[in-house]
Design a protein around this ligand. Structure first.
Ligand SMILES: [Cu+2]
Length: 176
């Protein structure tokens, strides 16, 4: 009798885990970031957090300096201009800029700083986003999303893109 109960309990537990996995979608995601020539310029790992999605981006072989970096609204990275990635991911219809009084876009992030050796790392949270599929704020929504790195720094206030210039690298965010 006790063994039967234990077995039933275990089945219930595993059943719930399986259900949570399906309903909640991926708990993590990744992106391979490529330059306009199709060469890998970096990677990103994204994990679900309480306030949004934690994101770590590591790049190499990029021009030194500060670069605007955002989550864009479409999961497409067609070279060479990466325009197919669309505008910034903005499910809550705010204005651009972490310093804007009417901001920010969910996809807005602090600038990525690339050192003299061409490498850089950014750890940030995509506040208000989720990896839960079926949620309008999901980075894994049916249109997909992408990470874009720009030629210039984002001034963090000018709508819609912070004067950050051309798109120099792009990576499609995919669930694991
Ligand atoms: Cu951008």
């Amino acid at each position: 009798m006790r063994r039967t109960l234990l077995l039933a309990g275990l089945l219930l537990l595993f059943g719930n885990f399986a259900l949570a996995g399906e309903k909640g979608g991926a708990a993590s995601a990744e992106a391979v970031i490529k330059d306009p020539g199709g060469k890998t310029a970096g990677t990103s790992v994204l994990t679900q957090a309480a306030q949004g999605v934690d994101m770590v981006v590591e790049v190499s072989q990029l021009p030194p300096g500060s670069h605007g970096i955002h989550v864009h609204a479409i999961g497409k990275c067609d070279p060479p201009d990466f325009k197919t990635a669309g505008g910034h991911f903005n499910p809550h219809t705010k204005k651009h800029g972490l310093k804007s009084p009417e901001g920010a876009h969910t996809g807005d992030l602090p600038n990525l700083v690339v050192g003299p050796d061409g490498t850089g790392k950014l750890s940030a949270t995509v506040v208000g986003a989720t990896l839960e599929r079926g949620n309008p704020a999901s980075l894994l929504n049916p249109n997909g999303t992408s990470i874009i790195i720009h030629a210039k720094a984002d001034d963090e206030v000018t709508d819609p893109s912070g004067n950050s210039g051309d798109r120099i690298a792009c990576g499609i965010i995919t669930g694991k």
